[in-house]
Design a protein around this ligand. Structure first.
Ligand code: ZN
Length: 257
């Protein structure tokens, strides 16, 4: 069995801890803070066997040296990435084994060009998606084109709807406010906002989410929705003809929101 736990670090990052409940071994995704991971493992008598890196940004990688010096884990990360400490360079189509479970590596250019997603198959699927997909939002396009990010999101949309998703930031509440603005009549956004508010008020993470929820509330996965298309046409006084146009305008709108 896998147990997945968020460690809240830095301003709003999550390091996801993946624990094999049959052993004392743990993997972490995107350790932006080594000391927090180290303290957690010490406290719970656990050891670190693997690190997974989604992309090269420092808030996802700067804990690697400290963790490597203590635990000597296997460090998986994107090919052509200059992240220090990666021991196994991987990319699209690669398959890894973690605690006896299959992990598929999916290329996800958009936020950065090196971005990878990790899909773990353990009864249901668990998707570790870094800064590509957030609940009710998606990553900023810091390196890739809107086309690249749109195609990356289409891959995610095709996953089984019960796939759990584990983004690297707690952006859910502000994302939902934007989602509500572009699609005011969507009752699921109001419903999920209430559920997330209750979690935040009791000090919990709003995550993980799942694909089914995101298909209902995430405007970046709803680029064929007529209310969203109309809102964009009105705001930018333009005619939208393709979903990529909708996505591009939506991302620009969110950037200035
Ligand atoms: Zn990033």
């Amino acid at each position: 069995m896998l147990k997945v736990t968020p460690l809240a670090v830095l301003q709003d990052n999550y390091i996801w801890l993946i624990q094999d409940t049959n052993s004392d071994s743990v993997a972490v995704v995107d350790p932006g803070d080594g000391a927090t991971v180290h303290a957690y493992l010490e406290k719970h008598n656990l050891t670190l066997s693997n690190i997974f890196i989604t992309h090269h940004h420092l808030d996802h990688t700067q804990g690697i040296p400290e963790l490597v010096s203590h635990y000597r884990p296997t460090v998986f990360g994107p090919r052509d990435s200059e992240v220090e400490g990666i021991t196994h360079f991987i990319g699209e189509g690669d398959e890894i084994s973690l605690f006896g479970h299959k992990v598929n590596v999916i290329a996800a250019p958009g936020h950065t060009l090196d971005h990878l997603l990790y899909l773990i198959d353990s009864k249901i699927f668990h998707l570790f998606c870094g800064d590509t997909l957030f609940s009710a939002g998606c990553g900023k396009l810091l390196e890739g084109t809107p086309q690249e990010m749109f195609h990356t999101l289409q891959k995610i949309k095709k996953l089984p709807t019960n796939t759990l998703i584990y983004p690297a930031h707690e952006y859910s509440m502000s994302n939902l406010k934007f989602a509500k603005k572009v699609e005011p009549s969507n009752a699921d956004i109001t419903r999920i906002y209430q559920i997330y508010s209750n979690k935040v008020n009791s000090g919990q993470s709003t995550l993980p989410s799942d694909i089914q929820t995101e298909l209902l509330i995430n405007p970046f996965l709803r680029t064929n929705n007529s209310e969203i298309v109309n809102a964009i046409e009105k705001r930018y006084s333009t005619n939208i003809e393709t979903e990529i146009q909708t996505f591009t305008a939506l991302r620009a709108w969110k950037d200035s929101y």
